[in-house]
Design a protein around this ligand. Structure first.
Ligand code: ADP
Ligand code: ADP
Ligand code: MG
Length: 495
């Protein structure tokens, strides 16, 4: 049984994992870089160890150093969070070899899931439909050109090792393809040290719909419903919601069954996510498996009533799933907004630095997972995600309006945030009516709408200021008049 967990991560996700461990009476070991001395995860863990310099390669990605801390602190398990080492099969293997319980899938299964081509091949074998594309890795530009012309432009060039929206390029013709081949290769090598390219049909006007899956070490598997993550920028998610407005119960069950098959096809254990694209005509195409806890897992917790980190720990302990598919019910509606430190108007460039003051939203069914506190810092070395703001409601409308109130309550001093953009999106008729697609921001001109909203807000504010000034001056005039009246009354009496 797991008694002491090392959390090989930082930020809100490290805190998230520590909270569940604490509630379960499990000891926690935090690790931190030069940049994170004063972080909340360091303060909240039972023990904390410094592991190196700010750059991830020198700390949170340093497998040997982290192993050393696991062994010296006596941790019997490791939770990798998301990002960093979470999908690194060599790290999972290193833990297995040192008898440390890696809270996630086996290294072999992770290796299979991490390779988009191998994983797609396994899915096709299990009759799970995938996006049409090259049957294998493409050797060179010439081969990719031939395949692109066979399946027809537009196509995507994808590095099989890509992630977080990196290593993907949209290509419309042969000329673009030649340039893109170079840049995808470069980007993938820069991010993960290797590159291998596949060609995929670019599906237009699609929705990103994914399923949370869980499979124990005894082969029992369930899905925990879908999440729609279509609101994205640069192929990265911004807003997620569950249920999806286009998934009815028949579809939920049908695709859910496919997801269970998918988890069996790659002998998956623990929690993972199967991602799909849904075309406008309602077809689902598998794109990849994320072999870890997903950023957006809290909205699934809200509608399922489960603690997914606890479920991960139970599965890692070898316990069978405590429920069958038929025991699971979806309750209500949940939305997540990823509160990023970024400037919407500077092409989402990161905005970093000290946060002297912050007000965290609260209220009925509002959840905010964040590492922020007054006096904290947003570091330029790590992900721009500062907080995950989630709301639940009995109806979609209730969760949406709660989100708008919570966004309004959220005050973050010192850095630019994505909060204003989210207010504009959540108030738009397209979002309200569920017309979602992965190109939502561009399709409905959301950045331009935001610009207009900010102008209107400014003019509303100045109108309010003018009104206040008028009231003030009327009051002042009446004061003066009163005084004059009093003076003349007094003069009259004296004379
Ligand atoms: P995907 O893009 O595969 O759907 P997610 O959006 O759920 O995955 O989350 C993965 C992303 O989280 C990574 O691309 C990475 O940029 C980011 N990330 C990695 N480590 C951290 C961290 N400690 N805190 C916040 N974000 C992180
Ligand atoms: P990552 O590993 O970076 O998360 P994914 O393969 O999951 O990469 O794709 C990320 C996003 O890119 C998707 O959510 C979707 O918006 C877009 N995308 C990926 N593949 C396709 C495709 N074949 N057609 C259209 N859009 C795609
Ligand atoms: Mg993905």
């Amino acid at each position: 049984m797991i008694e002491k967990v090392l959390i090989a991560n930082r930020g809100e996700i490290a805190l998230r994992v520590i909270r569940t461990c604490q509630a379960l009476g499990i000891q926690t070991v935090a690790v931190y870089s030069d940049e994170d001395y004063n972080s909340l995860h360091v303060k909240k863990a039972t023990e904390a160890y410094h592991i190196g310099e700010a750059a991830p390669a020198k700390s949170y990605l340093n497998q040997e150093k982290i192993l050393e801390v696991m062994l010296s602190s006596g941790a019997d398990a490791v939770h990798p969070g998301y990002g960093f080492l979470s999908e690194n099969d060599e790290f999972a293997d290193l833990c297995e070899k040192n008898k440390i319980n890696f809270i996630g899938p086996t290294s072999a299964s992770m290796n299979l899931c991490g390779d988009k081509m191998e994983c797609k091949a396994a899915m096709l074998k299990a009759n799970v439909p995938t996006v049409p594309g090259s049957p294998g890795l493409v050797k060179d530009v010439e081969e990719s050109e031939k395949i692109a012309n066979d399946i027809g432009y537009p196509v995507l060039l994808k590095s099989v090792y890509g992630g977080g929206g990196r290593g993907i390029r949209l290509v419309n013709n042969d000329t673009e393809l030649h340039q893109a081949f170079e840049s995808v290769t470069g980007e993938s090598i820069a991010a993960v040290g290797k590159s291998a390219i596949i060609v995929e049909k670019f599906l237009q006007k699609t929705r990103h719909i994914e399923y949370q899956m869980a499979r124990d070490k005894h082969g029992n598997a369930v899905h925990l419903f879908e999440r729609e993550c279509s609101i994205q920028r640069r192929n990265q998610k911004l807003i997620e919601q569950t249920p999806s407005p286009v998934v009815d119960s028949e579809t939920r069950e049908r695709i859910g069954d496919l997801v269970v098959k998918a988890s069996e096809a790659v002998d998956y254990t623990n929690l993972g996510t199967a991602e799909f694209l849904r075309s406008d005509d309602g077809e689902f195409y598998f794109i990849e498996i994320n072999a870890r806890l997903q950023v957006e897992h809290p909205i699934t917790e809200m509608v399922s009533g489960l603690d997914l980190v606890k479920l991960q720990i139970d599965i890692a302990n070898g316990e069978p799933l405590p429920f069958k598919q038929s025991d699971l019910k979806m309750n209500g509606y949940a939305i997540e907004c990823r509160i990023n430190a970024e400037d919407t108007f500077l092409d989402f460039a990161p905005s970093t630095g000290p946060v002297p003051d912050v007000t965290i939203p609260a209220g009925p069914s509002v959840r905010c997972d964040t590492y922020l506190y007054p006096g904290s810092t947003v570091s330029p070395f790590y992900d721009s995600l500062m907080a995950k703001l989630c709301t639940w409601g009995q109806t979609f409308e209730e969760s949406r309006t709660r989100m708008l109130t919570a966004l309004d309550d959220f005050y973050i001093e010192g850095v630019e945030t994505s909060i204003p953009l989210y207010k504009t999106i959540l108030q738009s008729k397209e979002y309200k009516s569920g017309q979602l697609s992965t190109d939502f921001l561009k399709r409905y001109g959301m950045i331009e709408k935001l610009e207009q909203d900010l102008k209107d807000e400014k003019s509303e504010k100045s109108k309010a200021a003018i009104a206040a000034a008028i009231i003030h001056s009327e009051y002042f005039k009446s004061l003066v008049q009163n005084r004059q009246q009093n003076n003349s009354n007094w003069k009259n009496r004296m004379s």
